[in-house]
Design a protein around this ligand. Structure first.
Ligand code: PLP
Length: 456
């Protein structure tokens, strides 16, 4: 067989890819018809494809390459760790220095008394762990009936049976008979799409109070936890009205419901603080982490537990774990990633410098005839495409047709921007410079113009 390398023609790589490689969230026929773009190299915020095109990655891969591509330090740490101890497990009373050091560093960074880390290989696995943790917690506390986890429509918490059930994506629930038992959903705090004529703050309160209504409907003795992303990412970068989170916090406190903040996207600087719950003043009992933890250089995730939750769970053997829980190479790379984010002041820069600069430019897109509103927090933002800003109208069904045109125009203009329905979203690497932000905005505007032209 011919060696498959970057040197093969793009069409041949695409043919082999479509023939043998099954892609996540991809339609097989479309893949065969159009072929996937083959990415060969990356540096900073720039991708290079097999045709030699330079593409500005407005999504940091999948919201994860917080530190940008091509950091030699991470490659060196990985190689060193592979030579020294490529694998050992953390089951049955064994441990190793990378897992110890990363857990201790995360305990330092995480707010409040979130001091105990259970490692997983991904965000989905970590959320599966969380389901088991909260149920075990209440069982150990003598309240085994507290099992139901409340989540939100249009949330994303992963793709495993547990993660997809916690998520509120109807398209995912439709395949495979989800959600699994004892997971239920309330509405999301998405004022633009669902707020009608209401005032955004009143809408935020009403949506938060659905949590209370759901707890009362189920009976507080049956509810274990509420899970939410501080800012919904894959749902379209939905930032809740300011009234929402304080009310959610009040309700969780009042009914003793564990609060799980899914920080898989918001964590590690994306919102301008180490964690989204610091930006939004949320006090979780458990945080889910992944993605930016290693800037995507290694697959790693985890759950960070409060002193109290960990104390209860550790009262007995917890019959749970993954072969790669605390994988030494992944832990060493994550630790180095956190060191660089910290020592180069990257999180502070997002909060004080590049975040505000991007916000100003991003919100400037609102003068475009297609753009209804712009939402942005730190380095994650969305714009809504609408045929009529005043009435907040949606384009004629099927939803997402215009978003898809815009995404394809972005791609043609060498900018990666994703669409969620008719919302366009960005989540660039935290190291993006002002000049690169200018380029991102120029290409976004050009793509919006071309989309607008196509609708005429
Ligand atoms: N939670 C959130 C908020 C996410 O955005 C994602 C992935 O996008 C996940 C969980 C799942 O993480 P993973 O894809 O690493 O399993």
């Amino acid at each position: 067989m011919t060696a498959i390398t970057n040197h093969l023609p793009t069409a041949e790589l695409q043919r082999l890819d479509a023939a043998h490689h099954m892609h996540p969230f991809t339609h097989g026929q479309e893949l065969r018809d159009k072929g996937a773009r083959v990415i060969t190299r990356a540096k900073g915020v720039w991708l290079t494809d097999s045709e030699g095109e330079e593409i500005l990655d407005g999504m940091a891969g999948l919201w994860c390459v917080n530190l940008g591509y091509g950091r030699e330090e991470l490659a060196e740490v990985a190689a060193r760790q592979m030579r020294e101890l490529p694998f050992y497990n953390t089951f049955f009373q064994t441990t190793h220095v990378p897992a110890i050091a990363l857990a201790a560093r995360l305990a330092e960074l995480a707010p409040g008394d979130l001091n105990h880390v259970f490692f997983a290989g991904s965000g989905s696995e970590a959320n599966d762990t969380n389901i088991r943790i909260v149920r075990q917690y209440w069982a150990e506390k003598g309240k085994p009936s507290k099992k139901v986890i409340i989540s939100r429509q249009n949330a994303y918490h992963g793709s495993t049976m547990g993660g997809a059930s916690l998520g509120g994506m109807s398209g995912m629930h439709a395949q495979g008979g989800l959600p699994i038992a004892d997971i239920t959903h309330i509405d999301q705090p998405h004022w633009w799409a669902e707020g009608g004529d209401s005032d955004p703050q009143e809408f935020g309160l009403a949506r938060a109070r659905q949590l209370e209504e759901k707890i009362l409907e189920l009976g507080e003795d049956n509810v274990a936890a509420f899970i939410a992303e501080p800012v919904q990412g894959a749902g379209g970068v939905v930032i809740a009205p300011d009234s929402y989170w304080p009310e959610i916090q009040r309700i969780c406190d009042k009914y003793e419901i564990l609060l799980i903040a899914d920080e898989v996207i918001c964590g590690f600087g994306r919102t301008g603080n180490w964690f989204g719950c610091q930006t939004l003043n949320i006090r979780p009992d458990i945080m889910t982490i992944a993605k930016g933890l290693s800037s995507g250089y290694q697959p790693i995730g985890g759950s960070i537990l409060s002193d109290e939750v960990a104390r209860v769970i550790e009262g007995h053997e917890f019959n749970h774990g993954y072969t790669y829980s605390g994988h030494p190479v992944a832990c060493a790379v994550a630790l180095e990633n956190l060191r660089i984010l910290d020592e180069e002041g990257i999180v502070t820069r997002v909060r004080e410098e590049t975040g505000p600069y991007l916000k100003e430019k991003w919100e400037g897109l609102c003068d475009h005839p297609l753009v209804g509103e712009a939402n942005i927090i730190g380095m994650m933002g969305s714009i809504v495409l609408t045929p009529d800003k005043d009435s907040r109208a949606a384009f004629a069904a099927p939803e997402g047709t215009v978003g898809l045109i815009c995404r394809e125009r972005c791609f043609a203009n060498n900018l990666v921007m994703r669409h969620v329905g008719d919302r366009m979203i960005i989540s660039p690497s935290l190291v993006i410079s002002r000049d690169e932000i200018d380029t991102l905005i120029e290409r976004a505007r050009l793509s919006l113009d071309e989309t607008y032209d196509r609708l005429k």
